[in-house]
Design a protein around this ligand. Structure first.
Ligand SMILES: *[C@@H]1O[C@H](CO)[C@@H](O)[C@H](O)[C@H]1NC(C)=O
Ligand SMILES: *[C@@H]1O[C@H](CO)[C@@H](O)[C@H](O)[C@H]1NC(C)=O
Ligand SMILES: *[C@@H]1O[C@H](CO)[C@@H](O)[C@H](O)[C@H]1NC(C)=O
Ligand SMILES: *[C@@H]1O[C@H](CO)[C@@H](O)[C@H](O)[C@H]1NC(C)=O
Length: 452
């Protein structure tokens, strides 16, 4: 198993290697400027965009003595994706970055078992706590309704707050109703994620001992919080939170802590950003808001949304699918080549790191017409759904945190869109930072007004 952490920490070296390897000597001087750009951006996604522009949809480069291949179109990915994979690559990547054992260590049977426990934990907590998810969304919408029409509302701050409250209470139980506890969780979460998202991917964490110390302190504080929550819940024999399902399985204390870490870290970030992007895109299109409103009225009437009604909200799902696509929410996945394989005429040797450049593929004009446009109607087409599914955004390869995020986002949209209209702020430039998850570079503002 290739250690992704090492891969990521030395990413700067990869870039140097790649540029030296790919560019003719005469171009090096000018390529150097680009290289500095890439390092400054610290974004693997941006690098892959330019790599595929230059070298087509299968591009390879060297990382030390190790070959790396990146696949940048649906056609090539289809040849490589193996439906039998039991691990999702996002989780594998995250666990390796945290220094945790990833699924492959204990063998396939254990991996399957852990995956199943993790998924039932998410399913159970959603079923048991659905009224709470609804209540937290209603509180936020209530707050927004009280705003004067011209008030600028910061999406990132409010939705990160919503995601944090929802995820901590659902994952760890009702002791996180206490705002002070959520805030302290938030502080450590922020310290960890900003390094996972950025410091690792551009190598800058290794170069700063004070940042590294800060990160390690936050991680160990978070780990001890999670361990003590697990102990406490075990004594209480409760059955409502995510951690309770894990406690009823044969997982060790350490494994339970690690799974809670992965779920809370990834769950918060993915949920918050899915909601941020969805509301941002909705604010740009009155038409999409109206259509969504129609569907909500038809399916729900004036009732609140419920877990069993969610599958009927098809257009809402299209809006969320299109949000994931347009924002390229998770722009990169990676797998290690187990046995020698082939994509087109290119042989991929065993042990090659294969990058799925999802951010590139999601905006490839051969697969998506007008790829930069937010257009939920494109998911009316079977072919769009198929391509999207192939990329791992549905079926048994979906990362479970994304399924969780879809549920929270659906609850939020169904509450919000029936009461408020969202408006874009004129002149706001939206820049994206594409790390493990794509986030807006700066705070994003909208205004809201009451519906009638
Ligand atoms: C997936 O597993 C099945 C049965 O175990 C096997 O027949 C099939 O070839 C596998 N598919 C791939 C792409 O490895
Ligand atoms: C995932 O689903 C595919 C097709 O639906 C199936 O062939 C495959 O065996 C499943 N893999 C696992 C690990 O469940
Ligand atoms: C969790 O729920 C999803 C969707 O409802 C379902 O497809 C999946 O099989 C469930 N997983 C487990 C382990 O119960
Ligand atoms: C959303 O995308 C998934 C594929 O990831 C697909 O299965 C589902 O049908 C899509 N939903 C709609 C309503 O298009």
């Amino acid at each position: 198993m290739l250690d992704f952490a090492i891969f990521a920490v030395t990413f700067v070296i990869i870039l140097v290697g790649a540029v030296l390897y790919l560019y003719p000597v005469s171009l090096l001087a000018s390529a150097d400027g680009n290289l500095q750009d890439i390092v400054n951006k610290g974004s693997l996604h941006e690098f892959l965009v330019s790599l595929h522009q230059r070298f087509g949809s299968v591009a390879s480069f060297w990382f030390g003595g190790r070959p790396v291949v990146s696949l940048g179109s649906v056609h090539q990915l289809r040849q490589h994706i193996n439906p039998n994979h039991t691990t999702d690559s996002f989780e594998t990547m995250l666990k390796s970055l945290l220094g945790y054992q990833s699924g492959m260590v204990g063998g396939a049977a254990e991996t399957m078992m852990r995956k199943k426990v993790y998924e039932s934990g998410i399913n159970n907590t959603l079923t048991n706590n659905f009224p709470l998810v609804l209540k937290l969304s209603e509180e936020l919408v209530g707050k927004w309704k009280a705003f004067p029409d011209s008030q600028h509302t910061p999406l990132c701050a409010h939705l990160l707050g919503l995601a944090m409250k929802t995820v901590t209470q659902l994952a760890l139980g009702e002791s996180f109703r206490d705002d002070a506890k959520v805030l302290s969780f938030c502080k450590n979460h922020d310290a960890i994620w900003s390094e996972i998202g950025k410091g690792y991917l551009d190598g800058s964490l290794e170069k700063s001992s004070s940042r590294k110390g800060h990160y390690e302190k936050a991680l160990s504080e978070m780990e001890s919080v999670l361990l003590s929550v697990a102990k406490e819940r075990k004594g209480q024999r409760k059955q409502t939170a995510f951690v309770d399902t894990l406690l009823q399985s044969s997982l060790t204390e350490r494994q339970i802590m690690e799974d809670c870490m992965v779920f809370t870290l990834a769950g918060c970030i993915i949920t918050a950003n899915l909601c941020v992007w969805a509301l941002h895109f909705l604010s740009t299109s009155e038409e999409v808001q109206d259509k969504l409103y129609q569907e909500l009225e038809e399916v729900l009437g004036s009732d609140p949304v419920s877990l069993d009604k969610i599958p009927q909200l098809r257009y809402c799902q299209q809006v969320l699918n299109e949000t994931v696509r347009t924002a390229k929410l998770t722009p990169i996945a990676a797998r290690l080549q187990g046995v020698e394989g082939k994509v087109d005429q290119h042989v991929i040797p065993k042990e090659t790191l294969v990058i799925y450049a999802l951010g590139v593929v999601l905006q490839d004009s051969d697969t998506w017409s007008t790829p930069y446009r937010f257009d939920p109607d494109r998911f009316e087409e079977e072919s769009a759904r198929k391509s999207f599914c192939l990329l791992g955004f549905s079926g048994n390869q979906t990362c479970p945190e994304l399924r969780f995020a879809y549920t929270v986002a659906t609850v939020l949209l169904s509450t919000l869109v029936r009461q408020l209209k969202l408006h874009q702020l004129k002149g706001q430039v939206m820049e994206v930072r594409s790390e493990l998850v794509s986030t807006p570079k700066d705070e994003t503002w909208i205004t809201v007004s009451r519906k009638d």
